[in-house]
Design a protein around this ligand. Sequence first.
Ligand SMILES: Cc1cc2nc3c(=O)[nH]c(=O)nc-3n(C[C@H](O)[C@H](O)[C@H](O)COP(=O)(O)O)c2cc1C
Length: 179
Amino acid sequence: MSNERHILLLPGSLRVGSTNETVLRTAAVVAAATPGLRTTYYTGLGGLPHFNPDLDTDPLPEPVVALRAAIEAADALLVCTPEYAGTLPGSFKNLLDWTVGGVEISDKPTAWINAAGPGRGGGAEATLRTVLGYTGAAVVDAACLRIPLERGAVGPDGLVADPLVRERIGAVLAELAAA
Ligand SMILES: Cc1cc2nc3c(=O)[nH]c(=O)nc-3n(C[C@H](O)[C@H](O)[C@H](O)COP(=O)(O)O)c2cc1C
């Protein structure tokens, strides 16, 4: 049996060039260089239907089946989402709503990185804590970090180049993997 820990990376932004995506793509690279860690980047956010309890029944919409399967296959979840209007983007709240009717997220170790600038993104964090509480996910406080992404921190390869930021992302992954 493998001791490898598998972390599902869940971006909360649909924007091309998203800073939150940049952080999670960098997390994937950091994890790939870390023995015992594996990640999967979730790309289905934009394809989820609007949550409707009438659709939350067999047969589930295919994108919802894929989302729940991805969560089930992971040992832990790492979220990186922007804040819109003081809370989560509607599309990401929609994703979380789709997890409530399944059992896959129950007790799943879950953390977030807040990549917003200093003093920003607190509303998204607060909402994440509330909503994840309803989903039954196990929030790993020690792995939840604010890592503001400065302008210019992204290299030509589209990843965070700053070794200190990479180190902090690595610490989040390690904490989450140990949970
Ligand atoms: C419609 C809209 C509303 C926003 N509201 C907030 C907000 O309430 N608080 C905040 O800190 N940032 C807010 N922002 C800024 C975004 O969170 C910020 O630009 C973030 O970096 C976007 O993430 P992304 O680069 O991953 O797309 C808002 C941006 C948009 C487009």
